[in-house]
Design a protein around this ligand. Structure first.
Ligand SMILES: Nc1ncnc2c1ncn2[C@@H]1O[C@H](COP(=O)(O)OP(=O)(O)OP(=O)(O)O)[C@@H](O)[C@H]1O
Ligand SMILES: [Mg+2]
Length: 275
């Protein structure tokens, strides 16, 4: 028997994949969300979302994409999966996401001018282009940064033509330092922090509720342990709760106590070092 059957849930509530239907509007997440929304709405140009691993940056960006009305915004997401990608690849991806065919372009100049035309067209239709670049901390080459700078320079009548939101772990700041003029163009730097202690219970209940799990699964005094062992980092909360469900099943109990959580945390996080 698996934990879904054991606890009578439709699915695992504590998956560590990004699934927008589980989005929880924490104080940190909603503050960051509103700031980005405000910026892209006013064509703020370049902004940066920084947060430690597992804090919910990817979740937030997917939620934002869902929220941006396609009649008003032209939205595209790039996930950087390799440090060696060429700057021109970024340009081509952005062009593609904006509906520009750059496959036959012999050089980047052709792509840039087609992209400019497209952005100009979108601008005259009153549409706001938004490009989110997740895992942007993997951009560690100067040519990658220079390509982005070129794009942030595209303007018409003193107005930016494209919004670019760079998303990544704090090392993203080192990437920006590779190109000081680009770093200077960052309009707003948004930091995403962990959940507050007072939000832990609601977060857990929220996820349990969506997966039709038992509301009283965790003893009241276990939420403090969750906070102490995860410091409010959502991915770690999920991992801890998931492993605790298995432990409860193995013990043949239906409620998770603070003691079970504490011993699961010690085991589950022994490879992490200081959290
Ligand atoms: N606001 C939230 N609501 C619900 N679940 C969340 C939220 N934030 C994070 N999570 C959960 O935590 C896990 C990690 O989130 P996510 O992948 O977005 O983190 P990240 O900041 O992008 O991490 P990394 O830097 O490693 O890419 C996911 O399973 C996600 O479902
Ligand atoms: Mg991520």
């Amino acid at each position: 028997m698996n934990i879904e059957e054991y606890f009578g849930m439709s699915e695992n509530p504590f998956k560590t994949t990004v699934d927008e239907k589980y989005y929880f509007q924490s104080i940190q997440h909603s503050t960051a969300f509103n700031k980005i929304k405000y910026l892209v709405d006013r064509m703020g140009g370049l902004s940066v979302l920084i947060g430690g691993a597992g804090m919910g940056k990817s979740m937030l960006s997917r939620r934002l994409i869902m929220d941006l009305n396609p009649d008003e915004y032209e939205v595209g997401l790039i996930i950087v999966i390799h440090t060696e990608i060429k700057g021109v690849w970024i340009l081509r991806q952005i062009a593609k996401l904006m509906g520009v065919d750059s496959a036959s372009d012999a050089d980047p100049i052709g792509t840039i001018s087609k992209l400019y035309e497209k952005l100009y067209e979108l601008n005259s239709e009153g549409k706001k282009p938004v490009i989110l670049i997740d895992e942007a901390n993997m951009l560690t080459k100067k040519d990658q940064m220079e390509e982005l700078r070129g794009l942030t320079n595209l303007e018409v009548q003193g107005q930016k033509l494209i919004n670019i939101v760079l998303i990544g772990i704090p090392e993203l700041e080192d990437s920006l330092k590779l190109d000081p003029p680009l770093a200077q163009r960052v309009t707003v730097k948004i930091t995403l922090g962990p959940l507050q202690q007072s939000e832990i219970k609601t977060y857990i209940q929220h996820r349990l509720n969506i997966a039709k799990g038992p509301a009283g699964l965790f003893d009241e005094d276990s939420y403090n342990i969750v906070y102490n062992r995860t410091k409010g980092i959502p991915r770690l909360i999920n991992t801890l709760c998931y492993n605790s469900m298995w432990a409860a099943k193995d013990l043949g109990v239906k409620k998770i106590s603070a003691d079970v959580l504490a011993s699961v945390a010690t085991n589950a996080f022994s490879h992490l070092g200081e959290v």
